[in-house]
Design a protein around this ligand. Structure first.
Ligand SMILES: NC(=O)c1ccc[n+]([C@@H]2O[C@H](COP(=O)([O-])OP(=O)(O)OC[C@H]3O[C@@H](n4cnc5c(N)ncnc54)[C@H](OP(=O)(O)O)[C@@H]3O)[C@@H](O)[C@H]2O)c1
Length: 288
């Protein structure tokens, strides 16, 4: 299968490239090679590479910054998938969205058909970007995911490791619950989806289990200490969202219900803590 990956320079883009199946002929384009916000750039990329499948890993992911630059977020997250859908021709388009399309007011995991109500500019821009992909019918699939991290790029795990190495204590919100997702597992799920022509429409994917950001931070501290990535003790203290004001509002409970997608793909991911351990092991190996 001929596959075009857009946004190849990000966390997910890197993981897609390194987990590509042997039968995939992959063209991976970074933002400098294909600007998804520019219809001409997108049309040029698709015309010259003639993919059978497009996987859009491009995104504007700076959730707080998006509040002050909504047009930039929209250009990438809403116009980007619209441009790809318009130029896709007969190619299938696989796109990635977010748990932040939900408002978090429900105390149980979110199903794909639950009512969306994003609380932030980022969430609204991502929700807008789902529609043109879904409008492709059996040629479009949207995989919503949550709390993505990887050894590539910036993310919560790497920020925590940096803070934990330089401070005796870190304070982390304990009243926002969701699930961390290793970008490597997400990439593998997308490749499975790429191989399943019968799967289209909306899907959910995250690692197994659930956590607050505080739980996640505690696990980072413990697993990193076990691997000697952290050599000094650090206290992780729970705080409330109200104690840590941010420009963007975030859902209090955004756990995605993935049962249907896991069943359809015939694969469910490991628990998030096992995935975290595997990612930290990679970091350790990279740093000798
Ligand atoms: N990170 C999360 O926690 C999270 C959670 C839920 C869903 N998602 C979704 O998952 C997808 C992948 O996220 P990620 O974590 O891999 O994000 P990421 O590490 O921030 O990577 C995003 C990539 O998109 C590229 N990009 C930005 N503007 C672009 C444009 N106009 N044209 C082409 N590429 C552009 C960026 O390139 P430059 O660096 O050159 O700008 C970057 O390489 C996104 O759709 C995101 O919304 C992420």
């Amino acid at each position: 299968m001929k596959v075009l990956i857009t946004g190849a320079g990000g966390q997910l883009g890197h993981e897609l490239v390194r987990t590509a199946p042997a039968d995939a002929v992959v063209t991976a384009l970074r933002s400098a090679d294909c600007d998804v916000g520019d219809p001409d750039s997108v049309a040029r990329a698709i015309t010259s590479h003639r993919p059978e499948i497009i996987i859009n890993a491009a995104g504007y992911t700076a959730v707080d910054k998006a509040e002050s630059e909504p047009a930039v977020a929209d250009r990438v997250n809403a116009q980007g998938p619209a441009n790809l859908a318009a130029a896709a021709g007969l190619a299938r388009l696989l796109h990635v969205s977010t748990d932040f399309v939900f408002d978090g007011s429900q105390g149980q995991p979110w199903q794909t058909d639950d009512r969306t109500n994003p609380l932030s500019v980022y969430g609204r821009s991502k929700l807008t970007g789902e529609a043109p992909v879904l409008a492709l019918g059996n040629r479009g699939a949207v995989l919503r995911t949550s709390w993505v991290y990887s050894k590539f790029g910036g993310n919560f795990v790497k920020t925590m490791l940096r803070l934990m190495a330089s401070r005796p204590e870190v304070r982390v919100v304990s009243d926002q619950v969701g699930a961390p997702t290793w970008a490597r597992g997400l990439a593998e799920a997308l490749w499975r989806l790429a191989g399943r022509q019968d799967m289209h429409g909306l899907h959910h994917w995250r690692d197994a289990g659930a956590a607050s950001w505080y739980d996640f931070a505690v696990a980072i501290a413990e697993e990193a200490a076990a691997l000697q990535l952290l050599t000094r003790p650090v206290s992780v203290l729970p705080i409330g969202t109200a104690d840590y004001p941010t420009p963007a509002r975030r859902p209090a409970y955004s756990l995605l219900d993935c049962a249907t997608t896991w069943q359809q793909l015939g694969h469910s991911p490991p628990h998030w803590r096992a995935q975290l351990r595997a990612m930290l092991l990679e970091l350790k190996e990279d740093h000798g």
